[in-house]
Structures are given as structure tokens and as C-alpha cells.
Ligand binder design. Structure first.
Ligand code: RNT
Ligand code: ZN
Length: 421
């Protein structure tokens, strides 16, 4: 990669500018390098997974687009991920779904999965210095076809999904143990109703019971942390979702679990940034699914918009770096999938950097009751030269500066992705 002499010059000047505002840029970069982002494996194959059931995407999840080159095998997905990680500054994590296990061509049903089915992922993660996170897959399966899993009225169906989720957190613990890095296992289920329910209670009673059964066995929080993910609505569950925000908020607080805040799971104009400091008053840690809904929970690639900046700022300004696990959750098949990962992750990191560079005078003005100064400085901060710091960080971390990563993706598309039919 070309070394840009002017990057260092720009950085030196920028550093002085920030120093005059009381911002220690080198310290900010040290902090930034310690915040891992969990990349969602499912961007690489349109939430397909590697089972041999011939199933199609269910649970109200929808991936649109048909850009060529999606990963068809675990090896292809890992190769695409390696390419992606090489374009992103810092050391990060991978978030796996249960149906990405490697089953050797066998029909291993969801209630039969074991850590051994993830052995290749674990050794690959170890080799690449990555942490792993995990998710039971409670969709794209015949036993989820009626739209209900853990809150299903049929006891046998519930039992099946309870077993799947129970095994999933054991797999999470095995990952945590093998890698020496705590795994966060997140439970999301699609359960809900298209039209107005006559009984909103019974499915919620069943869901609470199922979750209690799943979490019955204590697992060391050093190995695995359990998270639960609420949602307002989904495709096919427009009128009612069993695991609503209030349901899981209550559940997480009372059972000491992590709450997962997905940016696409609320009303269209309702951001998750303000929720972070609220829920962290009552629980030690949370998980984020940073996503971008466009009119609905459409899971667009994360861009550097106000929502993202606000999320990053809430984490950094409050010192929540260790209490907020940052995961991404989007899937776009209309563009190059390696680019989709790279764009979203670089934006997440860039937003954290901007937050780390916030001039302390903004908070000080508020503490002094000077809201005029607060607003003035907030607006001035928007055009501070953080771009020069970002370029320097990329160079320091040995990844492409500016849009140079794109040329690498284009060449990967030409030599690797376009050969996949
Ligand atoms: C669905 C949830 C969930 C999924 C992934 C694939 O609305 O956001 O997190 O996107 O588990
Ligand atoms: Zn999510």
C-alpha cells in the first residue's frame, strides 16, 4: 500500500488543533483500538446458512438484491471475511448464527447442534485473533413456519426450540473458552402475529417460561453472556410481536441478562442512542445491533449518519466501552457483500473516533448551565478535521487509507467473487 507522506503532516497539524481544544488525539486512538466490533457473518451470504435442508429465509427477514458472488461454503465465507478484516482498522470479532455450523453434509437438526460443528470456525478465529459471538437460529426452519418458536402453543415445538437455544449457549461457552474471549449469545425469535391478536398474554407467558428453561443452567459469564433481542414488528408480525421491547426489558432486568438494542427494531424515527444510558441504569451490560432501517426494519448498510454518531457518542461520552457490546446487523445483496461489511464497519469505527475526539468544553458548558455555548460548540465540532485523524489511524493500523480499500474489493470481485456461479 502506498505510504502517503501528507497523511502524517495533516495528522500533526490536526493533532495541534485538537490539543488546543483539550483533546488528546493519541489517547483517543489508543482507546479506539481497544473497541471491538462484532461483524455479522450473515452479510456474506444473504442470511443463508450452511444447512442441507433446502430451506428458504423465514422469520420475516428479507434480503433484496442479486449481486453476484455470495459465499456458498464456509471456506468462501471465511475468505471473504479475511478480505474484509484486512480493510478495517483494529482487531475485531465475528458474530455467527447457528445455521452456519459445518455439518459435513449430514442433516443435523437444530436440536442436535454441538460445539464440534463449529470447530473450524473456532480454530479460524483463533488463527486470526478474532473473538466469536453466537446466535441460535430460530427461523428458516419447518418448525418455525407457523411464525412461532419459543412462544409456540405446541409444547413439542417449544421443546425443540428450547433445546436449540440451550445448546446454542453451550456452544457460545465453548467458543468463549477456546478463544479466551467472552462470547455473547443473542436470542432473537420471530414470534408474532400479522393481525390483531385475541390473546396477547399466553404467548408471552410461554416465552418467559421457555427463556427461563434455556437459561436454567448457570454458565460462567467469563465464557458466555446471554442477550435477548426485542422488536416492535416484522414482516408477517405487523400487529404483535411476543418479544416486544417492554417484554425483554423486564425480562433482562429481572433475570440479569443483556438487552439487545437493534437500531431497526423501533418506530421509524425512534433512535436507540437515548436508550443506552436508560437501560444501563438497571443492567450491567447490553448488546447493540447497529443497523439502518429505511422506512422499516430494512437492514440497510450502516452509514455515517446522525443516528450512528449519536449511538457512538453515547457509548464513548459515558465511558460505556466495556459495558456495550457492539455488533452489526444488516444484509444487502444489491452491492458487493465485502464492500457492504467494509463500509458499515469502517463507519462504526469512524463514528466512535469522532465521539472520542469530542472537545471537553461541550460537557463543561452544560455543567455550567451555558446552553448557548453547548450548542455553539456542538455545531463547531461537526466540522473539526477528524478525517485526517481517521486517515492516520488507518495507516497506523496497516489498512487502506481513504477509498483505497475499494480497489482491493474490486480486484477481489474480479479474481474471486465473479468466479462463483
Ligand atoms: C431480526 C433481528 C436479528 C436478525 C439476525 C439475523 O429482526 O434483527 O438480529 O437480523 O439474527
Ligand atoms: Zn438484530
Amino acid at each position: 500500500m502506498a505510504k502517503f507522506i501528507n497523511i502524517e503532516v495533516a495528522y500533526r497539524l490536526t493533532n495541534e488543533r485538537y490539543a488546543s481544544l483539550g483533546v488528546d488525539v493519541d489517547h483517543a486512538l489508543k482507546m479506539l483500538a481497544q473497541i471491538p466490533i462484532s461483524l455479522h457473518c450473515w452479510q456474506g451470504d444473504d442470511v443463508g446458512g450452511f444447512e442441507n435442508f433446502g430451506g428458504t429465509l423465514g422469520g420475516g427477514l428479507a434480503v433484496t438484491g442479486n449481486h453476484p458472488g455470495k459465499a456458498r461454503t464456509p471456506d468462501e465465507l471465511r475468505a471473504d471475511l479475511e478480505k474484509t478484516y484486512s480493510l478495517i482498522p483494529g482487531k475485531h470479532r465475528l458474530n455467527l448464527h447457528a445455521f452456519y455450523g459445518e455439518f459435513g453434509g449430514k442433516k443435523v437438526d437444530r436440536d442436535e447442534i454441538e460445539p464440534k460443528h463449529f470447530a473450524n470456525w473456532i480454530s479460524w478465529a483463533k488463527k486470526n485473533g478474532l473473538g466469536l459471538d453466537f446466535n441460535p437460529t430460530c427461523f428458516s426452519h419447518p418448525k418455525a413456519a407457523d411464525g412461532f418458536t419459543l412462544s409456540n402453543a405446541d409444547k413439542e415445538v417449544r421443546k425443540f426450540w428450547i433445546e436449540h437455544c440451550t445448546r446454542s449457549r453451550e456452544i457460545g461457552a465453548a467458543m468463549g473458552k477456546a478463544l479466551g474471549k467472552t462470547c455473547v449469545t443473542n436470542v432473537w425469535i420471530p414470534d408474532g402475529m400479522k393481525d390483531t391478536p385475541a390473546d396477547r398474554v399466553a404467548p408471552r407467558v410461554r416465552l418467559a417460561e421457555s427463556l427461563d428453561a434455556i437459561f436454567k443452567k448457570p454458565i460462567s459469564p467469563k465464557l458466555n453472556l446471554d442477550a435477548v433481542e426485542p422488536k416492535l414488528f416484522g414482516i408477517g408480525s405487523e400487529s404483535y410481536v411476543t418479544g416486544s421491547h417492554e417484554f425483554y426489558l423486564g425480562y433482562a432486568v429481572s433475570r440479569k441478562k443483556l438487552l439487545t438494542l437493534d437500531a431497526g427494531h423501533y418506530h421509524p424515527t425512534e433512535g436507540i442512542a437515548d436508550k443506552i444510558s436508560s437501560v444501563l441504569q438497571f443492567m450491567p451490560e447490553i448488546l447493540l445491533h447497529v443497523s439502518r432501517g429505511v422506512r422499516w426494519d430494512s437492514d440497510h448498510v450502516v452509514i455515517l449518519n446522525d443516528d450512528l454518531l449519536a449511538i457512538a457518542r453515547e457509548i464513548v461520552a459515558n465511558g460505556y466501552e466495556k459495558r456495550v457490546h457492539i455488533g452489526l446487523d444488516y444484509f444487502d445483496a444489491s452491492i458487493n457483500r465485502v464492500a457492504a461489511w467494509t463500509i458499515g464497519t469502517r463507519n462504526m469505527i469512524r463514528a466512535l473516533l469522532i465521539a472520542l475526539l469530542e472537545p471537553p468544553a461541550i460537557k463543561a458548558a452544560e455543567a455550567a448551565g451555558d446552553f448557548t455555548t453547548r450548542l455553539a460548540l456542538q455545531e463547531e465540532a461537526k466540522t473539526l478535521p477528524f478525517g485526517a485523524v481517521w486517515d492516520y489511524y488507518c495507516e497506523q493500523q496497516g489498512v487502506p487509507v481513504g477509498d483505497y480499500w475499494l480497489a482491493e474489493v474490486k480486484s477481489y470481485e474480479k479474481t474471486v467473487l465473479s468466479k462463483r456461479q
